[in-house]
Design a protein around this ligand. Sequence first.
Ligand code: SF4
Ligand SMILES: [Zn+2]
Ligand SMILES: [Zn+2]
Length: 299
Amino acid sequence: MRCQICGEEAIISTSNGTFCREHFLVHFEKEALNTIKRFNLIEKGEKIAVANSGGKDSLSLLFFLSKYFKKSNEIISITIDEGIAGYRDKTIETMEKYTKMLGIKYKIYSYKDFSGMTLDEITKRTDSIPCSICGTFRRYLLNYAAMENKADKLATAHNMDDEAESIIMNLIQNNFDNLIRSGPISGVVKDEGFVTKIKPFIFLSEKETMLYSILNGILALHTPCPYAEFGIRNQVSKEIKVLEDALPGSKRKMIEKAIELKARFKDSEQKKINHCKICGAPASGEICGVCSIKMMLGQ
Ligand code: SF4
Ligand SMILES: [Zn+2]
Ligand SMILES: [Zn+2]
């Protein structure tokens, strides 16, 4: 296996190319910078909040953004503490050290402070799938944290695999609204209650992000969430890997098609965004997902 640029021994081969160490690092950062430029994800002077889970992807994103945008933009790292015993506590320690090393401000928002209960406590009181409650709370809290810190953009480290999984899951769950809201830059309709979400790594695979983190000495803890097995994402992820092996480039094509679909929708009739009658946050119905869960739990 030889590097497609210099012919030296390659260390990685994906549908994005075959590269030696040196040219892989160039390729990775070029791909992310191209995505930022192509979709105008970051403008000079904007404040960028980075959603940081402490995993290899979010620490790599923090490293990359700090390398290229720290001089021109203010960057802040935000972690959501779900309150899952033995899972989040260890990663918070790593993130505190890492953000300090990069000289980036770091803030934690917890489900407990926000709703009075940890995810562990919530799951004991409901039959809902933990990931579905967790996802609703996380989306809400990340937006809330970005708003509170007056961020212009909220950057997440979603890679090509994550995005392809989300596309399939939205199709399976018949969630067209979420499908057209995703992509490298969120939203079809602008609303002052939303901070625009951006995904600079959307055209880089999980394998590439993993290698980028290793080559840059980013040591992320791999503590699996105990609830992960209950979600359907795991199954979808396995199927997508099979598809990509059989038809290399499938994930990228899927994402490009979803972007095309979103653009078509943008040109058509604009959808009105409601605001939650209880908390005022943007919502698809009269009451947002988080307030509905809190009501169900008697909070
Ligand atoms: S696997 Fe599910 S419960 Fe665990 S952190 Fe992710 S979304 Fe939350
Ligand atoms: Zn090379
Ligand atoms: Zn609400």
